[in-house]
Design a protein around this ligand. Structure first.
Ligand SMILES: [Cu+2]
Length: 195
């Protein structure tokens, strides 16, 4: 799944580097979340990389799996998109009925998958993306008060280092968008049934 996203990533990375040289980092970043919405639409390169018209910081196709009865821990996935010219970092998140949320990395250590909080948060490059995916970086919801059921949505507030806060609706589903195997390739969903 990562491979399929690479062309878009490379596109945004080159755009990012070009931007970095031209523009100094914005000083006195506004603290209000509204400031993010005020950022104008990204010009051509980002628009080509992704079909939708997007602006500011956002999360594409956020989702989490249904909770088993009695379970209180869940993982959250999404593609974070930064359509601004300033790099930002996902530092935390919160949601009603959730004790706390951590941003985790996952890596194989001696053949065992281990996850841990990402020190300092998850960077989202200017005009770039950061992925939260099964087996990779993800959100971790702890002390979930109620059983999340397939088909519902859970509002989650993503908190960024700039002070920006973005509310996104996490879809509760057994299978990730595009069957997980071909995430990022919206043009053709093939070989998947039942969604
Ligand atoms: Cu985790």
């Amino acid at each position: 799944m990562r491979r399929l996203l690479l062309p878009a990533l490379l596109l945004t990375l080159t755009a990012c580097q070009a931007g970095d040289e031209a523009a100094a980092p914005p000083v006195a970043a506004p603290t209000e979340a509204a400031a993010v919405a005020a950022v104008p639409d990204a010009p051509a390169p980002a628009a080509e990389a992704h079909a939708h018209a997007h602006a500011g910081l956002m999360a594409h196709e956020p989702w989490s799996r249904p909770l088993a009865p009695g379970a209180t821990v869940a993982a959250g996935y999404a593609v974070l998109m930064n359509h601004t010219d300033a790099a930002d970092t996902l530092v935390s998140a919160r949601a009603d009925g959730v004790g706390r949320v951590e941003v985790h990395s996952m890596a194989e250590v001696d053949g065992v998958m281990q996850m841990r909080p990402i020190e300092g948060g998850l960077p989202v490059p200017a005009q770039g993306i950061a992925q939260l995916v099964p087996g990779g970086n993800h959100l971790m919801f702890f002390d979930v008060a109620r059983t999340w059921a397939e088909g519902e949505t859970v509002p989650v507030t993503l908190v960024f280092a700039s002070g920006a806060e973005v509310v996104v609706e996490f879809a509760i589903r057994n299978e990730g968008p595009g069957g997980m195997a071909d995430h990022g390739d919206h043009a053709h969903h093939e070989g998947h049934e039942g969604h």
